[in-house]
Design a protein around this ligand. Structure first.
Ligand SMILES: Cc1cc2nc3c(=O)[nH]c(=O)nc-3n(C[C@H](O)[C@H](O)[C@H](O)COP(=O)(O)OP(=O)(O)OC[C@H]3O[C@@H](n4cnc5c(N)ncnc54)[C@H](O)[C@@H]3O)c2cc1C
Ligand code: SF4
Length: 577
């Protein structure tokens, strides 16, 4: 594999980032292209270690040493085939994956690991450039129909696998366009949307049908009066769709009307059949119209106007199987005094319109950081995406708060190879500016006297483990004030939305609030499967693709009695830790 002893001769090298001063003035991807000849040298570092732990580190089980060797030998077309054998969307993982494979690379025990992620990206970009990535429609149709709800990486992977197995696949997506968080969460500077669009074209050419602006399950506030896009009538699905398998219903009630406001804003409800537009509830400067003191409820993910509703239960009569891949979209909140003030937003409420502007679907974002002092609460990847967006919108200053202590720069002994190391990670956005504050907690939002946020009261905290659980104890005398006009809450997600689809179908949830599934990715409803963040909880693109592939194999077996589709992960499988 690779060049014999190559790891002794060549050091690790990756692509350069574009200069900060240049890249913050646009939204294009941060990294420069990496020349193929230099990538071949990097592939040559793969050391034929005998037991490639990188296979274990990658949830997809990518055949990493194989394609490293093929790249080293200049056989890029064969490398592409090996790569696509395990990964539907390597151009996405090649850009977005935190690369747990590299943390478990054997070379990484005492040297810098192979640049696996970069080799992956190099192969697939070469393949697209050469025109090798072509639609692979199924040769034979099974005459089975499958509905996929949600078009994030899990739904897309499941859809592509099932279409290639010969099933007729329809993907329902409530957003303006397909892609889930790949389109509306992850900013352009991490992955330009043209990358997503060219892959969607492949899926469409393989027969996958996309029905965007279509929400499955009555959203909160839906009156049920108009525009049910499917047979939302009785709501009780048949148990005998074509092919005899059918999807059993849980006695869902079709378009049964409002399901309660939990997790939604104080929107007054839909207007003439359309799911009401979140943006219309804000003034032009992004401030909420609800006045100071109004009870606050979680900010919804913006949903476009002109959305049709399909009753969740009606899918049962129209399809032989249903795959739920609706993501984990319920944001964690920081509900301290002052939460009602204008200028406090969840990360996705902020990132989605910013992304819509970049793809030309929105003229201007209602929540801009331009000319503002900004505080981002949450030190993770979502916070870093907010940070990069804030820089590009022209903020005056930005602080990113993290309640956890600053992690070490190197793996501690308690966190050994090949596990995922909890170390300080700095993204491209951190290089662009802003200040990170660790071991800090906010106690209240400050009022500017006009109903807007003026800052945060903070104090330092000390992490104390009590009965195996973390407790954050305030450090006496450490109080401070951080002034700002915009607060972005990027503290993670609590799981799938419990209203709408989940409630309408009567889906069982697991102890963590995710949609429960058995060893075959099946929910408590016959013929209804779940994959991605909706079943796993907030995770990564690579896990979503792996889950989509594995769930597709179970669906195929359920429909046909057998399957030749691969299943790279089990529903309970966890990252190496
Ligand atoms: C800001 C941000 C940045 C991230 N960056 C990275 C990264 O760099 N690398 C990485 O590996 N991971 C990243 N992640 C995590 C990653 O994006 C997710 O783990 C992944 O997208 C989950 O895929 P999914 O298909 O399960 O769900 P999602 O991508 O969330 O897609 C679910 C889709 O289902 C749709 N939907 C939900 N309910 C319905 C319904 N009832 N009817 C119709 N449609 C519905 C939603 O609109 C959505 O489009 C990031 C997450 C966020 C929030
Ligand atoms: S998908 Fe992620 S973990 Fe798997 S090989 Fe690519 S970078 Fe590594």
């Amino acid at each position: 594999m690779g060049e014999l002893g190559g790891f002794l001769r060549h050091g690790r090298e990756g692509p350069a980032r574009r200069p900060v001063a240049l890249r913050v003035r646009d939204w294009r991807e941060v990294y420069e292209p990496f020349p193929p000849e230099r990538l071949q040298v990097q592939a040559a570092r793969c050391m034929d270690c005998g037991i490639p732990f990188c296979h274990e580190g990658c949830p997809l089980g990518n055949l990493i040493p194989d394609w490293n060797d093929l790249v080293y030998r200049d056989d890029w077309a064969a490398a592409m085939d090996r790569l696509h054998a395990t990964n539907n969307f390597p151009e996405m993982t090649g850009r977005l994956c935190p690369a747990p494979c590299e943390e478990s690379c054997v070379l990484g025990i005492n040297a810098k690991p192979v640049t696996i992620k970069q080799v992956e990206l190099g192969i697939v970009e070469r393949a697209f450039a050469e025109g090798w990535v072509k639609p692979r429609p199924a040769a034979v149709s099974t005459c089975r129909r499958v509905a996929v709800v949600g078009s994030g990486p899990a739904g897309l992977a499941a859809a592509q696998q099932l279409a290639r197995a010969g099933h007729s696949v329809v993907v329902y997506e409530r957003g303006e366009q397909a892609g889930g968080l790949l389109r509306y969460g992850i900013p352009e500077f991490k992955m330009e949307k043209a990358v997503l669009d060219r892959r969607l074209e492949q899926l469409a050419a393989e027969g996958v049908e996309f029905r965007c602006r279509t929400v499955v399950g009555a959203p909160p506030g839906w009156s049920g009066a108009a525009s049910a896009a499917s047979s939302g009538g009785s709501g009780v699905a048949s148990a005998g769709g074509s092919g005899g398998s059918g999807v059993a219903s849980a006695g869902g009630s079709g378009n049964s009307g409002p399901t309660g406001p939990a997790g939604d804003s104080g929107n007054s409800g839909p207007k003439s059949g359309a799911y009401s537009n979140h943006y219309s509830d804000q003034s032009s400067d992004g401030k909420r119209i609800a006045g100071p003191g109004a009870p606050w409820t979680a900010e919804p993910l913006a949903t476009p106007t002109g959305v049709s509703v399909v009753s969740a239960a009606s899918l049962g009569s129209d399809y032989d199987a249903v795959v739920l891949a609706g993501g984990a979209t319920l944001p964690r909140d920081l509900d301290i005094p002052g939460r009602h003030l204008a200028g406090i937003h969840t990360a996705m409420a902020y990132l989605k319109p910013a992304n819509l502007v970049q793809e030309g679907a929105l003229a201007a974002t209602p929540i801009s950081a331009e000319g503002k002092h900004v505080v981002i609460v949450g030190g993770g990847d979502t916070g870093a995406d907010c940070l990069g967006t804030v820089h590009r919108q022209g903020a005056v200053s930005v602080h990113q708060l993290e309640i956890m202590p600053e992690p070490p720069g190197e793996r501690p002994g308690s966190n050994p190879w090949p596990t995922w190391p909890t170390i300080l990670r700095s993204s491209a956005a951190h290089e662009e500016g802003g200040e990170r504050l660790f071991s800090v907690s906010a106690t209240q939002y400050l009022d500017d006297g006009q109903g807007g946020v003026a800052g945060l009261d903070l104090h330092q905290v000390e992490l104390v483990m009590e009965g195996g659980r973390p407790n954050f104890v305030p450090v006496p005398g450490s109080e401070s004030v951080l002034e700002c006009e915009l607060v972005l809450l990027a503290m993670g997600f609590l799981g799938p939305e419990r209203t709408g689809l989940v409630e309408e179908l009567g889906l069982d949830l697991d102890a963590r609030g995710n949609v429960a599934r058995d060893a075959n990715w099946a929910t408590n409803l016959d013929g209804v499967f779940v994959c991605g963040d909706m079943g796993r909880g907030q995770s990564l693109v690579v896990w979503a693709i792996a889950e989509g592939r594995a769930a597709a194999a179970s669906v195929d077996r359920w429909l046909m009695g057998d399957t030749s589709l691969p299943a790279p992960v089990q529903p309970t499988q966890m990252a190496l830790r």
